[in-house]
Design a protein around this ligand. Structure first.
Ligand SMILES: Nc1ncnc2c1ncn2[C@@H]1O[C@H](COP(=O)(O)OP(=O)(O)O)[C@@H](O)[C@H]1O
Ligand SMILES: O=P(O)(O)OC[C@H](O)CO
Length: 491
């Protein structure tokens, strides 16, 4: 019997899941990832914590599965995207903490680049916008804030990577400086049509080629893993950014299929096939995955905060004891017009306002904790509706939305998604789709499956939720929500 190990380096935790050869999860373990907020709008992780969390959770999952490390035929890696690390090649020590995707410190720099008229070129080549979310401006910031950063980078002493690159570097004992194409697509430096680092974009940000990794397919013989980590020498054979892996884990491999993942943030992706569709409505046009050199593209809506609201209500305001309680509280809440706009780190798609600030509005004297919790869950559904509206306007209507992520165990939220978005919500049996997608890629990379169609054939539905709200009421609610968002915008 052979097994596949999936390593999932997420924003709030590092996880590992052992899958059997049919794609069924056997065991899992996770380690919370410490978050650092050194200044307003800054979010950092420590590179060493990411490695420790992944290694500890993988060892625990392997032990719980009761298997020998040598029975692991393939390892897949999936990761929080855009988060930026720079390390010294000779010591493998990060020169600065990882600047997390949510971090807004480069907002003013992005505004300067936009004012210089550069956004159209970045958008045309990368499919992205000039927002602090993406890696490019974060690399620039690090080089500007360490001793001789530019010089060391130009001399080839420093290496840049997203989290996949960092993990592959460490697990391979510094033998591989690689990034899969889906992660490269989030850096602001990679031309997703030509599939190469773009010299002109690198020039605009003054980023030296010497610090950039080699870009590889999402599956294949990607890197060796040293025996010291998991007890046997293993091979990393699949890598994808977490939302790209979730698209695969949800078996959204045909054009027009849509998934939405609800964790820290919410990320909706529609598969657009081999056709790259530029967005006219402030969505991202991105690379879904690259297999055997063939690119599959996607349109993506990225919302920065959904689960964060629940965490904030629990840890910041002590309104909740645990996240699961949100369901019962929302069920008991009055159907008030209370809105919570979770612009904790600005707003992503389709608003893209790095300086927006969160708000709660529509309060009356009898608004209570239940109504605030309900408003936090409602915000997930309204933000999803914003994305669906933009996708439809871009010519990608959605009939059914496959949902996953830590929040979708919440039935009330799933029903609310159906009601406020007016689409069928499909929840799969395996909601750990991110890890599953990484495992499937790894299995393809190791030759256990011939192609994506066979690898994803096991997807199965756990439950569907149909809308019970009439269209006029839905429209009224959505417009009221958009009114609340306008109050949160910075200008
Ligand atoms: N029953 C629940 N109802 C609503 N939110 C939940 C529930 N359980 C977990 N969450 C939220 O889901 C998020 C965790 O999802 P997860 O997919 O693990 O996140 P990530 O991959 O971004 O680290 C947390 O923000 C948590 O507050
Ligand atoms: O860690 P997650 O699941 O919130 O995902 C983070 C995204 O990849 C950021 O783009």
């Amino acid at each position: 019997m052979t097994y596949v190990l999936a390593l999932d380096a997420g924003t709030t935790s590092n996880r590992a899941i052992v899958f059997d050869s049919s794609g069924a999860p056997l065991s899992s373990a996770s380690v919370a990832l410490p978050q650092h907020f050194p200044h307003d709008g800054w979010v950092e992780h420590h590179g060493g914590d990411i490695i420790d969390g992944l290694v500890d959770s993988a060892r625990a999952a392997i032990a719980e599965a009761g298997i020998e490390p040598g029975q692991i035929a393939a390892v897949g890696l999936t990761n929080q995207r855009e988060t930026t690390l720079v390390w010294d090649r000779s010591t493998s020590e990060p020169v600065y903490p990882a600047i997390v995707w949510q971090d807004r410190r480069t907002a003013a720099y992005c505004a300067d680049l936009k004012a210089a008229g550069l956004e159209p070129e970045f958008a045309a080549k990368t499919g992205l916008l000039l927002d602090p979310y993406f890696s490019g401006t974060k690399i620039r910031w690090i080089l500007d804030h360490i001793d001789d950063g530019q010089g060391r980078a130009e001399r080839g002493e420093l290496a840049f990577g997203t989290v996949d690159t960092w993990v592959a570097w460490v697990l391979s004992g510094g033998q591989r400086h690689i990034m899969d194409a889906s992660n490269a697509a989030r850096t602001l430096l990679f031309d997703i049509d030509r599939q190469c680092w773009d010299a002109s974009l690198m020039g605009h940000l003054n980023i030296p080629a010497a610090m950039l990794p080699s870009v590889l397919d999402s599956a294949g013989d990607l890197a060796p893993i040293q025996a010291e980590f998991f007890g046997a020498p293993l091979r990393l054979t699949g890598i994808a950014g977490d939302q790209h892996a979730a698209l695969i884990g949800q078996a959204c491999i045909e054009p027009g299929m849509v998934k939405s993942t609800y964790g820290t943030g919410c990320f909706m992706m529609v598969n657009t096939g081999q056709r790259r569709l530029p967005s006219q409505h402030r969505l991202l046009s991105t690379l879904a995955y690259r297999l055997n050199g063939v690119c599959t593209y996607a349109l993506e809506g990225a919302i920065f905060n959904v689960g964060t609201s629940i965490q904030w209500l629990r840890d910041g305001l002590a309104v909740l004891d645990d996240a699961a309680q949100s369901q019962a509280m929302a069920e008991q809440a009055r159907d008030d017009e209370v809105f919570l706009v979770p612009a904790f780190t600005g707003l992503g798609a389709p608003w893209w306002d790095a300086n927006a600030r969160g708000l709660i509005c529509g309060l009356t004297r009898d608004t209570g904790r239940n109504e605030i919790v309900r408003a936090a869950l409602d915000a997930c559904a309204y933000q999803t509706a914003d994305l669906l509206q933009a996708m439809e306007a871009d010519g990608q209507p959605c009939a059914a939305l496959r949902v996953d992520g830590g929040m979708v165990v919440n039935d009330w939220l799933c029903q609310r998604l159906a009601d406020l978005c007016g689409v069928r919500i499909d929840r799969p049996e395996v909601t750990e789709t991110t890890a599953l997608g990484a495992a499937l890629l790894a299995a393809i990379g190791a030759g256990l499956y011939p192609d994506l169609a066979q690898a994803t054939a096991q997807w199965s539905l756990q439950r569907s939720f149909q809308s019970t709200l009439d269209a006029p009421t839905r429209g009224l609610r959505h417009r009221a929500w958009q009114g609340a968002v306008k109050r949160a915008l910075s200008e």
